[in-house]
Write a protein that binds this ligand. Structure first.
Ligand code: FE
Ligand code: FE
Ligand code: ZN
Length: 304
């Protein structure tokens, strides 16, 4: 059952330096977040800290004491995974096995939602890539029937040969899936804009198209990022809230949209030098009051 609350947070660090899951929790708490996302291990490597050392019990207790529902949290799957590769079966089988291991890890942390980049066609056929993706997801999920894991496929910007850059791709994948109930979608607002969707002026229209092609019940998470590039640029460069081409007003509208209630929304905006912007960005989105976090720079949104 979807909650009737605004769930807002950021991507936090979950590593040895930050104190693993306890550090991740405390970072989120400091940002006044009631959801957050983290990597379960380094995103570009298969190295993983022993699951017994990442402080799961303390983490579970902190979540409970502070009314954070671990089912509202997100883990971002590692970047090494490409379940869609239509030309290299070895890459696909590696990806399937690695994702299974990662899901086991995520479930041990008491988290149920994992966000995954759908993959890329890397010189092969795009339709074969979508078919491969659906088949690979089913092979992964065959092993997790009866568990609470849910995989949210992220909407991609269209750089390189990425798939799932439009809602028709998602419709195709969902049409092929056997384990449909365990797969949903994670909007990335920067990526949606970069791939051509008018999230700035017509978020309702975007939601309506998504509902018609995929179904609003499949929207399970959102990455809230502004974009350094114009709509349709297919670039994927995140910008701080209100400093990019989507702009502050549209961001506020998205965050406070009725349809977004109960859906975890997490920021993946860039650090400003060494400054972590999330606490301020979360506050300005909640209060709807813009605060210029980089006054020395020109705001892209004001130049268009
Ligand atoms: Fe992502
Ligand atoms: Fe994202
Ligand atoms: Zn991105």
């Amino acid at each position: 059952m979807k909650k009737d609350t605004l769930l807002l947070g950021s991507h936090v660090d979950m590593n040895k330096k930050n104190g693993f899951l306890v550090g991740a929790f405390k970072q989120a708490q400091n940002e006044k977040a009631n959801t957050f996302m983290f990597f379960a291990g380094p995103p570009q490597s298969t190295m993983r800290t022993d699951i017994n050392e990442v402080k799961i019990e303390e983490f579970a207790q902190l979540c409970q004491e502070n009314n954070i529902d671990r089912d509202d949290l997100l883990v971002h799957a590692p970047y090494l995974i490409n379940l869609a590769n239509p030309v290299k079966p070895d890459t696909v089988s590696f990806s399937i096995e690695f994702l299974k291991k990662e899901i086991t890890r995520v479930l041990a942390m008491g988290v149920s939602l994992i966000v995954l980049h759908p993959g890329a066609s890397v010189g092969g056929d795009r339709n074969v890539a979508l078919t491969t993706l659906a088949h690979s997801l089913d092979l992964v999920l065959d092993d997790f029937q009866g568990t609470k894991i849910r995989i949210a496929l992220e909407t991609m910007s269209g750089k390189g040969t990425e798939v799932c850059t439009n809602f028709d791709d998602f419709k195709t994948v969902f049409g092929l899936l056997k384990h449909k109930d365990k797969v949903g979608v994670c909007f990335d607002i920067c990526h949606l804009s970069d791939s051509g969707y008018d999230v700035k002026n017509d978020f309702d229209g975007v939601l309506a198209e998504f509902d018609a092609k995929v179904g609003l019940d499949k929207l399970w998470a959102t990455h809230l990022n502004d974009s350094k590039n114009e709509r349709g640029a297919k670039k994927d460069r995140h910008e701080n809230i209100g400093h990019g081409y989507v702009g502050f007003d549209a961001m506020v509208k998205i965050v406070h949209h009725e349809q977004m209630r109960g859906i975890p929304i997490v920021l993946e905006t860039p650090y400003i030098g060494t400054f972590c912007p999330y606490r301020d960005e979360i506050e300005m989105l909640r209060t709807k009051i813009f605060k210029n976090l980089k006054p020395e720079e020109e705001i892209t949104a004001n130049t268009v």
